[in-house]
Design a protein around this ligand. Structure first.
Ligand code: G6P
Length: 590
């Protein structure tokens, strides 16, 4: 949620900042802006534009400074307006700040500062930061101390980079992600919301800890505000390549990532299973296990509940992370919270594990991002190894989470080799489902659905969470209203919605065919247009997408055509599949 970047080195800052912002844009894209330091003055431009247009519209040619900060925004406090875009400046224009997060007591602090004569230009909470720093400097503190003092007064969650026109840059994190990139040249540093912001320039990262404050001037230091002393943080070599975070020959990240799924699952099948086996032992030992996640990852978790039950006869509870606060009383030191998050930075998921930790529960996680907050705060981490996922909509990270759940369930049952064996077949099936022919056929369905306002999806067993995720995917990118139901539940309410020609997507497998087809017929007899997804066609279907029967991997193979139909619907309806309106990939606010 909001992407922030800072650069300090010997190269021209603006191209580096703009490139970083482009890579961070999936975090928010309502507006963007840059401040660059040149000849002891800050030069700031911001606009209600995406980064590419911003770069074309605003020229920084006359200010080839070597230090700067940038921001791409997902609006929280204050609408998507130019004046609310970052960076925000102090009243005297000597301090520029970019911020990701929320300053919870900003109103109180804003009133206080207004009382001291400060005039605010925006509706944002963020603008109190440069003004407060300036106020602290007026009281005689130097820039670094003023930043420190300000964040003693400003409450909330934040990742912040502040730049003073004297050349000093200070960055700070509290409950929001911030990573330092260490450049090849001496004294070259990047500060970014995540590594993709600087991956083109550096593969050496320092993952900051809570309340770390980085000071970059002639030197580089990290001061931890809790410990009240300077600290050393290790430099981690990154194994993501800059190329992986680029679109390559694809028009959109979304489609590229759909294609990458075969490779990701193949890699997973060859991976060392040590951590999965260790986690399986912990799951078997725990008295209660709660799986938590948000968005697409939460549908992965729902599959996990079915898979643990089916494969290992083990019950785990599921809760969307944002609701977990209402359940934590059940936890104790013999419980486990199992959190799943592609980014490892989703605020609700982090908050859930923190609560569980406070009750003594063990924290295990599945995440795609090395060094993420979730990875660092967990007792054990299963790394997905799916490579950078840039589209806001999760595709390859989701299917890799599904596969990890299958492997874990088999591991809990002492049969991991069986799980691996089954996984080995899946990449070939994905390659078939993403082939030109298969895509062409699925695109035909998108043509039929493109003018619909409503779409319903149904399934039983593993096909129920698949229906939920397919509905989620289609609504996120095409803005068609979708709803998914457990097929058996239709007759308890949703059947009232059926009108002539209303499209229903029906997910079927060998296991669930009989019961699901009864429900499909009920819907059909009331006028619905039926689209079947499964291994076997049926006369009742008006349109049928054949997918191979893959047993416990049905959720993987069945979601592939749905990812494709969602993509095609987005294109046909003029929506941007990489940047759905009002959404962001990494939701770091609760
Ligand atoms: C956001 C994204 C979703 C994603 C969810 C959870 O809402 O738009 O695509 O599934 O966050 O993200 P996570 O990184 O925790 O898996």
């Amino acid at each position: 949620m909001c992407g922030i970047i800072g650069y300090s080195g010997e190269k021209e800052a603006v191209p580096i900042l703009l490139n970083g912002l482009k890579n961070l844009e999936y975090r928010g894209y309502d507006s963007c802006g840059v401040s660059v330091l040149y000849e002891n003055k800050l030069h700031t431009k911001k606009d209600l534009l995406k980064v590419r247009e911003f770069g074309k519209t605003h020229s920084f040619d006359s200010v080839p400074g070597k230090k700067g900060i940038g921001h791409t925004r997902w609006a929280t406090h204050g609408g998507a307006k130019k004046e609310n875009a970052h960076p925000h400046l102090s009243g005297d224009g000597k301090i520029s700040v970019v911020h990701n997060g929320i300053i919870e007591n900003f109103l109180e602090q804003k009133r206080f500062l207004e009382g001291k004569g400060f005039v605010f230009q925006s509706e944002t909470d963020s603008e109190v930061i440069p003004k407060m720093i300036e106020y602290q400097m007026q009281k005689g503190l130097d820039f670094t101390r003023a930043v420190k003092q300000s964040f003693g007064l400003l409450e909330g969650q934040y990742a912040v980079v502040a730049l003073h026109e004297d050349g000093k840059m200070v960055a700070l994190r509290k409950e929001a992600p911030l990573v330092v990139g260490v450049g090849e040249a001496d004294g070259e540093y990047f500060v970014s919301s995540d590594v993709t912001g600087f991956l083109d320039h550096s593969k050496n990262a320092i993952f900051l800890e809570e309340n770390d404050m980085v000071v970059i001037d002639d030197g580089f230091s990290i001061f931890n505000l809790d410990k009240n002393r300077f600290v050393d943080r290790p430099v981690t070599g990154l194994d993501w390549s800059a190329e992986e975070a680029k679109k390559g020959n694809f028009e959109h990240f979304y489609l590229k990532e759909v294609f990458e799924q075969a490779r990701v699952l193949e890699d997973l099948s060859k991976k060392d299973m040590g951590t999965i086996l260790e986690v399986a032992v912990e799951i078997a030992k725990a008295k209660k296990v709660y799986v938590v996640a948000c968005g697409t990852a939460s549908y992965g978790c729902m599959h996990g509940v079915y898979l643990f039950s089916k494969i290992a006869g083990v019950h785990v509870d599921f809760c969307v992370a944002s609701e977990f606060h209402h359940f934590f009383k059940f936890l104790d030191s013999e419980s486990m919270i199992f959190a799943v998050s592609q980014s490892g930075e989703t605020a609700d998921t982090l908050s859930a594990i923190r609560i569980a930790k406070s009750k003594g529960a063990k924290v295990v996680s599945v995440t795609n991002v090395v060094g993420s907050s979730l990875a660092r705060e967990s007792d054990k981490v299963i790394l997905q190894g799916a490579g950078p996922e840039m589209a806001v909509n999760s595709t390859k990270a989701y299917t890799s989470q599904l596969a990890i759940f299958v492997l874990l369930a088999y591991a809990v049952d002492g049969r991991i080799d069986e799980g691996i064996e089954k996984l080995r077949d899946v990449p070939r099936q994905i390659s078939y489902l993403t082939s030109e022919n298969a895509r062409g056929f699925v695109n035909g369905l998108a043509e039929k659905l493109k003018d619909q306002e409503h779409l319903f999806l149904i399934g039983r067993g593993l096909q129920y969470p698949t229906a939920l995720e397919a509905a989620h995917k289609i609504k996120e990118v095409s803005y068609i209203h979708t709803e998914a139901f457990a097929a058996g539940e239709l007759k308890h309410g949703a059947n009232a919605l059926i009108t002539d020609g209303m499209p229903y997507i029906v997910f079927v497998s060998e296991e669930t065919e009989k019961a699901t087809m009864n429900n499909a017929m009920e819907v059909k007899s009331r006028g619905a247009f039926l689209i079947g997804v499964g291994p076997k066609n049926n006369d009742v279907f008006d349109f049928f997408i054949k997918v191979p029967e893959a047993g416990v991997f049905n959720p993987v193979v069945q979601i592939i055509p749905m990812q494709i139909v969602a993509y095609q619907l987005a294109l046909l309806r003029g929506c941007d599949p990489d940047f759905p309106r009002n959404l962001a990939k990494s939701v770091t606010v609760r």
